[in-house]
Design a protein around this ligand. Sequence first.
Ligand SMILES: *Cc1c(COP(=O)(O)O)cnc(C)c1O
Length: 221
Amino acid sequence: MSVSDNLLKIKQEIEALGVTLIAVSKTKPVTTIQEAYDAGQRVFGENQVQELREKYEALPKDIDWHMIGHLQSNKVKYIAPFIKLIHSVDSLKLLQEINKQALKNERVIDCLLQIYIADEETKFGLAYDEAIELLRSDDFSDLKNIRIVGLMGIATNTDNEKVVKEEFYELKTLFKGIKSSFFRKDDYFKELSMGMSSDYKIAIEQGSTMIRLGSTIFGAR
Ligand SMILES: *Cc1c(COP(=O)(O)O)cnc(C)c1O
């Protein structure tokens, strides 16, 4: 099936659910992204700063670009002028750098805190208590040019649906706790980025508001 057929199929699946589809276009050429754009897709996710920057420059300016991969502080400046949402904030130091670059660009940058939920050593992210400690700190409340709009998590890469479901459930529970403790009056804290090609249906059942799909749309990488 073509990229536009794949997009249409997924959009029909999620249409009534109020879930945002992020088309993960990492490693895919500009022509393929243009194909998705022509089919109406406007939100794309990338995980490498340089690739993201090049694609931003080559493609239409009404695309919303999301950074979904691990971000090094020294590279924030390359995406700060245009990035719509950073999903992968995993330290106060990174958040401080995003704030600094956002200020330079006279904007507020929306971010998600990436929470470590998987049963794997290799994944990035904050532990639950680290996320809470960050939100409680005075250093955090000083940051006026970033906005935390929700949480992101990557489940364990396993066929065991029960494990994946449990991890998403825990993230949703943490989301609710953080919402009521830190963002009760802030309507903008509402996003839960969870679910990839292999597990997005489970993620939606567990309350995801943003799914990040690559191979389901663009084929294998
Ligand atoms: C690559 C990637 C995805 C998309 O993965 P697929 O399995 O191709 O859907 C989603 N989220 C993150 C953080 C990724 O790096």
